[in-house]
Design a protein around this ligand. Structure first.
Ligand SMILES: CC(C)(COP(=O)(O)OP(=O)(O)OC[C@H]1O[C@@H](n2cnc3c(N)ncnc32)[C@H](O)[C@@H]1OP(=O)(O)O)[C@@H](O)C(=O)NCCC(=O)NCCS
Length: 176
């Protein structure tokens, strides 16, 4: 079975370029709450500013044979989503690497990583029409706990999202 590992995303242009490239992929944009195309000139200056403070989970690349194949980001839950005590995970698998089981593996690695910071549960908000992502979160042991409307900055109309919670340390697929 293929082995995947994590490495910290660094505040460096080459890492930012990869995250930027994957972020602007059309399928990624379709699956995101902010569907607009990002411009490098505004993405790069904000890239390092968005890094969390010391002691918080850093964004991660999932590596396969040393090469990045997916990106994970961890944030405080967005306003209005509730569950202030949880950490919110976002995932983006490299466009050329999708459909190979990396998504599920990456979410299991994220669990191991977050446990080191004392988190005992993870939140994910998935667009209701993102069938692949919903399937992957459910397969990774996340439980759908409700629906929530997410209104991205600059937009008026909320997007329907499914709220998923993964309690760590129990259930199928839980890290040992
Ligand atoms: C969603 C995403 C993270 C999934 O990662 P992945 O590595 O491609 O997913 P996997 O290969 O682990 O699994 C794909 C699963 O979806 C299933 N699937 C494919 N098309 C599907 C569909 N239309 N409806 C439901 N399930 C579908 C596959 O059968 C597979 O399940 P299986 O292993 O049980 O057969 C990845 O496709 C991605 O980065 N998409 C763009 C960004 C995005 O949407 N991120 C999530 C935001 S919440």
């Amino acid at each position: 079975m293929q082995q995947y590992t994590l490495r910290d995303v660094r505040c460096r242009e080459d890492d930012a370029r990869l995250v930027f490239q994957w972020r602007n992929d059309p399928v990624t944009r379709e699956g995101s709450f902010h569907t607009g195309k990002r411009e490098w000139t505004e993405f790069w200056p904000g890239f390092c500013d968005s890094f969390p403070e010391a002691g918080s989970p850093l964004p991660q690349f999932v590596l396969c044979d040393g090469n990045p194949v997916a990106f994970l980001r961890f944030d405080p839950p967005r306003p209005g989503a509730g569950h202030d005590e949880l950490v919110e995970v976002s995932i983006n698998v490299a466009p050329e690497a999708r459909g190979r089981g990396i998504g599920v593996s990456a979410l299991h690695l994220a669990e191991d990583y977050l446990k080191r910071f004392g988190h005992d549960a993870i939140l994910a908000l998935v667009k209701a029409d993102n069938a692949v992502s919903r399937h992957v979160f459910e397969k990774a042991g996340y439980e759908a706990t409700g629906e929530v409307g997410i209104t991205p900055a600059g937009e008026q109309v909320p997007t329907l999202a499914i709220q998923y919670i993964r309690r760590l340390g129990s259930g199928p697929g839980a890290p040992g």
